[in-house]
Design a protein around this ligand. Sequence first.
Ligand code: SF4
Length: 290
Amino acid sequence: VSRRRIVSASEYGTATRCGEKWYREYVLDQRGESTISQIRGQAVHATIRRNLRSKRDSGELLGADEIEDDVISQFRAKIENDGVRFTSAEMAEDRTKLQNTEETRSRALALLHAAEVAPDIVPTDVEVEVTSTKPLGVLRDSHLVGVLDVVDSGDLVRDTKTGTRKKSAFDVAGDVGLEMYALLHRERTGMKPRGVRLDSLVVTPTWPENSRGKLYYQPELPTLSIEDERLDARLEAMGRVVAIRDLVLGGKAPPPPPAVTGRDWWCSERFCPHTGTCPFYNRAADSGAR
Ligand code: SF4
């Protein structure tokens, strides 16, 4: 399947949030560096996957020392290889201190997952690349690609998120990423998963400096069952992303509008690398704290 005929789960997620960001990243191929908190999340995810691969292959989780070594080397390697994009608020701070704080947080989050989440998972698949066999909606020659992070025994698909804010059941119900995972699972096995689950790990902005700062896992979040009809509708919508990309690349349509209100969390220095050049960015509405 050629690259032009593929839409990834992450491309679709970007397209649903901001047309301008999608155009810059998936049509013009302009990607920015990650922020230090995004690098923290990427390092924690990489270590979680390594830990669960170990459990799948040998039945054993890694020891705490191995977890710490792995997450720290992932964190440092990402900074060294890919660089960091600091927000303007971070530029005014001591960046070495900031980097050390995020390294401490990445270590604590990886250990938290290893202690409170990983023991209850019986992974059957970890980080599996999937290319859909079924075409996307009306576009008969286009396909979905993506990576299924973790499949737990009993066909439960799991996704981990690390962030500074507690997630609600409402966040879980509206999570497009979880739908994407359900879709990838169905494309791979022919059956929708029994459930999809978000493992949310929270580190509040003041942890560990302030005694009121918190670091915790949210076991109370619900496991979702996503119906086939909803997945079919997503496939149709993903086909439209490929169709729009074709039109824009062929010069037959202008780039799509951004469709942001200025209050959306993703239209912020923390989550978008294009704020410095984007005419739609609303600095006044970017609290910097989201
Ligand atoms: S700054 Fe906002 S409007 Fe501009 S690309 Fe980023 S998310 Fe979209």
